[in-house]
Design a protein around this ligand. Structure first.
Ligand code: SF4
Length: 398
């Protein structure tokens, strides 16, 4: 299969309290320099097969101006051929199965109709909107720069701008969140009928504000209105508590998401992901299938020809290395056949369809029922996986 391309935009208008992604505060001048470096890095990707998918993620790609974004998108499309040339049928071709999926991530606090139209007309045919919650208290606690109403409006705007493949991301397990509130968020999401819904459990990473707040709730700052970069920042209210919901409630939230979304026609195709039929995210499926991908930009990861490598996550170092025509790669790892098989199993088990023995043995030339006999038996005894010679391997919790 053709490789896919991930392009990282490491800028946000403001840091969310739970975030440990490679991203800093947006600075237009720095962003301009970064985009030029990014183009240089993109130009060095060897010519080869057409790419299968594109994902412009971050950070907040839509923190960039419409002009900078469309210039970058144009550069990418001039540089690469994609498996299906959707540009032959502008301005708004229907999303077609088998066509290239070309995604941009968007923060609802950074887009308007002009930017959405510019991106759509530039050729991007899928948008992934970071809604996170339809509850304003939860949004402000998380440090998001938008309200629930604004997020809802952006879903409508994206549709009006011509996006026929819209995804939204939601978070559960927020301190103070109740099952009822989570149900309301899911309800609202379904009402908007996006093609794709991702539901992520809030994870507390060290070196984040959230980690510090949970250790010491008195650190939660008071109301602020207006803030960095002129965006309106709501009160960082605690929606009802300073501790994470108990484990059994988090499990209930997860199980409710599965029951509710599948009852509304969404296919649960991966641990955290749901899609209307034919709208699963091809870019992410390529990761879980151990397909090849190029990652460009700060901290971006690649997997090509059996090697995994990643760029530096220090912006100044990245800009310096690229300006000197040097490689920005900071670490790499060659994957041997044992590692490849292990990766195939743990990544493949993320998908609800699981893995077939034939696929594994054809690709990795190994009989896994013999190779991993002991491990499989232990996992089956613990009720964590289902395994049969005819159906292959499945994660029991999916
Ligand atoms: S918008 Fe996304 S990338 Fe930026 S700080 Fe928030 S969670 Fe992190």
């Amino acid at each position: 299969m053709s490789p896919s391309l991930y392009v990282h935009i490491p800028f946000c208008l403001k840091r969310c309290i739970y975030c440990d992604f490679v991203s800093g505060i947006y600075d237009p001048e720095k962003a301009k320099t970064y985009i030029e470096a990014l183009k240089k890095e993109i130009s060095r990707i060897p010519d080869g097969k057409p790419l299968s998918t594109l994902f412009i993620g971050g950070g907040t790609p839509t923190a960039l101006s419409a002009e900078v974004l469309t210039d970058l998108i144009k550069y990418i499309f001039n540089r690469f051929e994609f498996a299906h040339d959707f540009l032959i049928n502008p301005p708004f071709p229907p999303f077609t199965e088998g066509g290239s999926e070309l995604t941009i991530e968007a923060n609802p606090g950074t887009v308007d109709m002009d930017k959405l139209k510019a991106v759509r007309l530039g050729g991007i045919n899928r948008i992934s909107i970071g809604v996170q919650s339809f509850n304003d208290d939860e949004l402000s606690f998380l440090g998001r720069i938008h309200t629930s109403k604004e997020a809802e409006q952006v879903v409508h705007l994206a549709r009006d701008a011509g996006f026929e493949n819209i995804g939204i991301d939601l978070i559960y397990g927020i301190p103070g969140q109740t099952l009822e509130r989570w149900k309301m968020t899911l309800d609202k999401a379904v009402t908007l009928r996006p093609q794709h819904i991702s539901t992520y459990e809030l994870t507390v990473e060290e070196r984040t504000e959230l980690y510090e707040y949970l250790k010491n709730p008195s650190l939660i700052p008071p109301l602020s209105k207006g803030g960095d970069m002129g965006v309106t920042i709501c009160r960082r209210a605690k929606p009802g508590g300073n501790t994470l919901p108990p484990e059994d409630m988090i499990i209930e939230m997860y199980e409710h998401a599965i029951d509710y979304l599948t009852s509304k026609g969404y296919v649960h195709y991966e641990i955290s992901n749901f899609a209307l039929p034919c709208y699963s995210c091809s870019h992410n499926i390529n990761y879980w299938d151990r397909g090849e991908y190029y990652g460009v930009g700060l901290g971006a990861h690649s997997f090509i020809a059996g090697s995994r490598f990643h760029n530096t996550d220090n912006l100044d170092e990245y800009l310096d290395l690229i300006s000197k025509n040097k490689n920005a790669v900071k670490g790499s790892e060659s994957i041997n056949s044992d590692m490849a098989l292990s990766e195939a199993i743990f990544l493949g088990l993320r998908k609800t369809e699981g893995l077939t023995l034939k696929t594994l043995s054809d690709r990795y030339e190994r009989d896994i029922s013999r190779h991993y006999k002991k491990e499989l038996e232990e996992l089956m005894d613990a009720g964590l996986i289902e395994f049969s010679y005819s159906n292959g391997l499945r994660n029991s919790s999916n």
